[in-house]
Design a protein around this ligand. Sequence first.
Ligand SMILES: Nc1ncnc2c1ncn2[C@@H]1O[C@H](COP(=O)(O)OP(=O)(O)OP(=O)(O)O)[C@@H](O)[C@H]1O
Length: 336
Amino acid sequence: MGEHAIEAVGLCRRYRSRTGWLRPRRREVHAVAGVDLAVGHGELFGLLGPNGAGKTTTIKLLNTLLVPTEGEARICGFDVVRQTREVRRRIGYVFGGDRGLYDRLSARDNLRYFAELYGVPGREQKRRIAELFELVRLTGREDDRVEGYSRGMRQRLHIARGLLHRPRVLFLDEPSIGVDPVAARELRQTVADLAATGTTVLLTTHYMAEADELCGRIAVLAGGRIQALGTPAELRHHADGRRVLEVEAYGVTDGQVAAIRARPGVREVSLAVHGAAQLLGVQSDAGVDVQAAVLRELDGVRLGRVTSRQPTLEDAYVAIVNRAAGPATLDGRVPA
Ligand SMILES: Nc1ncnc2c1ncn2[C@@H]1O[C@H](COP(=O)(O)OP(=O)(O)OP(=O)(O)O)[C@@H](O)[C@H]1O
């Protein structure tokens, strides 16, 4: 067993694609551009980043579905390129969404089928499956057909499926995508229970609040590189010395956002959709009062609540990602 559950050094993956139809051009995308990682056994580690940051590609490099163009990685000490069999025996992979289960079968038959496929010995199957139903809190619903399961229940069944062969490391790619807030909370509970069994979990998510609640350490990925890595408390320091003004508004334009961003003392501006309203977040240097200036720029726009508050981990995340990639729209807000 290696010193680390997951280790990557200078990991890179380039994609070549063609764009254009009349005059096709080759384009190279550095999806992962030099990632170094060391995740300890039993850690619950978060990989966070905006769309296209390289999270899924990183996971696919670590779980042997893609070969790196440069660099190397090991799982429990085994090389992901040269020792794929050893690696695959030790990993599970669960991705968000609906694929990968048989709707017409019961949950139990699904797990039996996959247990057979993964080579779980016959005499162990029954006990392992019962154990997993308990872990993912589906005991009592084992014999229901999966077609009647909610998204959250399906997602928990996916996790059970990924754990059948007792992997040391579980990759969880966007587990809460499309899951309602209550089900997402249950899902987080399952992930926390799982980590308590000693399984190493690498979780990717768009939701900072989810990573904050679950993960011991978080790496923020943007543009294929790790922009910040640390405990949630350490990452929070990226927003030190700032203050956040939040304005609920209806109909803020891109031009107004740009004008606010250009005001002295303003460090980041984000605009998120919040039900029927927009939520404008303005991070500024703590000593500068930007409220009057912001409200002046929004003259004529219907406004709701205006609040000034201390920065959260989410604000630190916005600061890290914006510094890496320039201003971008972030969809990282978690539904309450
Ligand atoms: N098969 C492919 N061919 C060409 N480009 C690709 C391919 N897969 C991914 N990319 C590009 O690589 C970059 C990283 O993609 P990746 O899917 O790893 O990001 P991500 O962080 O998982 O994003 P998301 O949250 O949207 O899933 C993106 O620019 C994407 O367009």
